[in-house]
Design a protein around this ligand. Structure first.
Ligand code: NDP
Length: 459
């Protein structure tokens, strides 16, 4: 009988946070194992950010083809799109990236178990797929989250989620997307760009709760101009299979015909069935692992990072949390992840980039807030004859002149806001934005040439 292997650290889940923590801990000499029941790389690489962005690129060629004629180009045949080619090429790239993640683990001497890991008792892990067991001094839970589906809705079994959308055998001609968050909005734009008829159903009166209202309003207008049908203040009440597809009923009484229904109504932490109760780990209301700033759970030998803790559910945050954990516990270099001023993007078309407080959040926290904003037609849109405006907005604390929020809607918004986030994290004031020389001609130069405070028009 072989002895049960003993590790310093056992990581459950080989996604962004788990792999980073495993690699860094191993680099400090810790004996590390990692378990993964699906594919190495986690949500971001396998069925999230990376394949999504590839599909976003694919969807935006439509604009390029349309705009080209304004610049003198004549495209021969009418461009056509082949879903199977995109999916096959995307799959090849994801497989390549998964290989790189595996190589990183192996290069760093991390033992990989291709199994679900279940905590049987503090420090003891069962690996049912391989029939093995392991022992570890410390456990890191990095199991991520899964799409939430309302099982009480009749016919919900006919709906797909972001897990399945990357593998649809064919492009839906008509798709209904439920939800008004990142995933719903991004996929509504992807399918619209690829030529599907898209209806987005959202229970609220505006998309993207928590984002600045100007971004929310302008994006909704742009999406509708591009042909996305928005059904707001409506919820899904049922899905029925018909001879030629699906019939969707809404709480408004309306019915919609489509080929595919995709639900993107939030995500839930993956904490079920991995024995966290046995290890004495406290879970929050939605099942998240409750952790302190050091990512330690209520059990001193169990830590958790990434979406499973439901703090800020973004890949770079999970990576930082994993890195901070490993540096602190194995490298004698303690630090904690700063969850303030985190930039994020919605890869809609047009794109959103945002960092800091929305105008509405700033008003709730500061006595006087100045707003600077501009809407303009980007240079490229003029010759292209494209009726689209870009939005740039700065939210400023009037008392200190500090820039509290930066919001961009339009091409390359994510790239622009990543750079603005550096200045804002350093505490940049509006005067420092203004003192920065403009880079001309660019869209981003608008952020350093916003002279006039915006005054709300009288009602
Ligand atoms: P979000 O939390 O962003 O959005 C969920 C949406 O579903 C909201 O519009 C919400 O409405 C709605 N909703 C929730 N429950 C119900 C319900 N029972 N019935 C109807 N509607 C409902 O989740 P996503 O699934 O879009 O994304 C999950 C997370 O993944 C995000 O929070 C984000 O952190 C991350 N992500 C990040 C991306 C990026 O950085 N570009 C891309 C994709 C995902 P309401 O607003 O009313 O609550």
């Amino acid at each position: 009988m072989t002895a049960t292997p003993e590790f310093d650290l056992f990581v459950i889940g080989a996604g962004s946070g788990g792999v980073r923590a495993a690699r860094i801990a191993a680099s400090y000499g810790a004996k590390v194992a990692i378990a993964e029941e699906y594919r190495v790389g986690g949500t971001c690489v396998i069925r999230g950010c990376v394949p999504k962005k590839l599909m976003v690129y694919a969807s935006r060629f439509r604009d390029e083809f349309e705009d080209a004629s304004g610049f003198g180009w004549t495209l021969g045949a009418v461009p056509t799109f082949d879903w199977a080619t995109l999916i096959a090429n995307k799959d090849r790239e994801i497989a390549r990236l998964e290989g790189l993640y595996r190589a990183t683990l192996s290069r760093n001497g991390v033992t990989l178990y291709e199994s679900r890991a279940i905590l049987e008792a503090p420090g003891r892990i069962a690996l049912p797929a391989t029939g093995e067991c392991a022992q570890a001094k410390t456990i890191l839970v990095a199991t991520g989250a899964r799409p939430a589906l309302d099982k009480t809705i009749p016919g919900i079994e006919h709906a797909i989620t972001s897990n399945e959308v990357f593998h649809l055998p064919k492009q839906p001609g008509r798709i209904v997307i439920v939800g008004g968050g990142y995933i719903a909005v991004e996929f509504a734009c992807v399918f619209n760009g690829l030529g599907s008829a898209v209806t987005l159903v959202h229970r609220g009166d505006k998309l993207l709760r928590g984002f600045d209202d100007d971004l929310r309003d302008d994006l909704a207008v742009d999406m509708q101009k591009r042909g996305v049908e928005l059904k707001l203040n409506a919820k899904l009440s049922g899905i029925a299979k018909t001879a030629d597809g699906l019939t969707v009923t809404l709480t408004t009484g309306e019915t919609l015909r489509c080929d595919t229904v995709m639900c993107a109504t939030g995500r839930l932490p993956n904490t079920h069935g991995i024995g966290l109760e046995a290890a004495g780990v406290t879970l929050g209301a939605n099942g998240r692992v409750v952790v302190d700033a050091q990512s330690c759970s209520s059990s001193p030998s169990v830590y958790a990072v990434g979406d499973v803790t439901d703090r800020v559910n973004l890949t770079p945050v999970a990576i930082r949390e994993g890195h901070a954990f490993a540096d602190s516990v194995y490298g004698s270099k303690p630090w904690v992840t700063d969850h303030e001023m985190i930039p994020s993007a919605v890869f809609s078309t047009p794109e959103i980039g945002t960092v800091g407080l929305s105008e509405q959040q700033a008003h709730a926290q500061y006595p006087q807030v100045d707003v600077y904003k501009t809407r303009f037609r980007p240079m490229k849109a003029v010759l292209a004859g494209r009726d689209e405006r870009m939005l740039m907005k700065l939210v400023v604390d009037a008392a200190t002149d500090r820039v509290l929020g930066c919001h961009v809607l339009g091409a390359d918004a994510a790239e622009i806001v990543q750079m603005a986030a550096i200045a804002m994290r350093m505490g940049a004031t509006k005067a420092e934005f203004d003192g920065t020389m403009a880079l001309h001609p660019s869209a981003a130069e608008e952020l350093v040439t916003l002279r006039d405070k915006w005054v709300a028009p009288r009602a």
